[in-house]
Design a protein around this ligand. Structure first.
Ligand code: CDP
Length: 202
């Protein structure tokens, strides 16, 4: 059985949490596509050319430590504007999406570019302030030193770059169900997402 769920949305909207929960609920595999861009971005911080890094991406790169830092997130969003970087990552994502047993992919362009034929599409969002507060608590919880203002600035800068780029800009697919998690606790957001997938499935 093949079934693809595309989940897109801006930085720190809760896509990761929702995607993992949906994948567990339906017994599907999950791919966090942001990790691909973060791994490429991380390589550029030690001087590697982004296109070379994207073409030669390995499982080891994806397992690297510290891919979740704001510095790497910024580097990811900078390499993500490069057409050749995005092109180098397409086949892997599409192969994952088509795997037997069902797949959930989360990112920025899954419903629009990577899997326009996805069986279900969600666009998960929340206000910039709510997203920044969640990401701030997550980073501090992991021991990173940062401030609320710095995290809000990172989120806003990446959103602008991701939405305004020419190549696969972040935007909801026309047939995506919008879920605003600003006023939703995690459990309620996950339930809304599962309900939306079931509604699109039937
Ligand atoms: O976790 P968060 O939402 O903050 O970011 P992420 O999903 O890990 O993505 C990091 C960066 O990778 C984004 O800001 C985008 O620039 C880029 N990205 C992309 O361009 N396309 C995707 N499908 C996924 C991520």
């Amino acid at each position: 059985m093949r079934f693809t769920i595309a989940i897109d949305g801006p930085a720190a909207a809760g896509k990761g949490t929702i995607s993992k929960a949906i994948a567990a609920h339906f017994g599907f595999a999950h791919l966090d596509t942001g990790l691909l861009y973060r791994a490429v971005g991380a390589r550029t911080l030690d001087g590697t050319d982004p296109i070379d890094a994207a073409k030669a991406l390995t499982a080891e790169d994806l397992a690297a430590e510290n891919l979740r830092t704001p510095e790497v997130a910024q580097a990811a969003s900078r390499v993500a504007v490069i057409a050749e970087v995005r092109a180098a990552l397409i086949d892997f994502q599409r192969a994952f999406a088509g795997r037997a047993g069902g797949a959930v992919l989360d990112g920025r362009d899954i419903g629009t570019v990577i899997c326009p034929e996805a069986d279900a599409k969600l666009y998960v969002t929340a206000s910039a302030e709510v997203r920044a507060e969640r990401r701030y608590l997550e980073l501090v919880g992991k021991g990173h030193e940062t401030t609320r203002d710095a995290v809000l600035a990172d989120v806003k800068e990446r959103d602008a770059r991701d939405a305004e780029r020419a190549e696969a800009p972040m935007k909801p697919a026309e047939d995506a169900v919008l879920i605003d998690t600003s006023d939703l606790a995690i459990e309620a957001a996950v339930q809304a997402a599962i309900d939306a997938v079931k509604a699109q499935r039937s």
